[in-house]
Design a protein around this ligand. Sequence first.
Ligand SMILES: [Zn+2]
Length: 95
Amino acid sequence: MAQDTGRPSGTHQDGNRLAGPLSEILRAEATTAWWRCPDCGRSGPLAELHVYGPEPGLTARCPACSRVALRMVPEEGHMWLSLGGATGAFRFRTA
Ligand SMILES: [Zn+2]
C-alpha cells in the first residue's frame, strides 16, 4: 500500500497558471464576493463579516463563530493577504 505523503500525484504546472483566473477575481467588485465559513457553515456577502483593525491590519471574522475569514496587512508599497486564517499569505504590489 502506498504511503500518503500529503503530496498530490500526477503532473503540475507552475504558478503562472493562476495568473489568468486570479486576475478575473481580483478585478471583480469586492462587495459582490460571497463567503462561506468552513467551521459553522454560515454564508453571506462580504459586508456581513465583522472587521477588526486597522492595526496591525484588517481582520475579517465570521459573524457567527468568529473564525478568521481573511487578513489584510499593508506594508510600504505592498499588501499582504491571507485567506481563511491559515498560515502563509500572499503579498501584492500596490504601488
Ligand atoms: Zn463561522
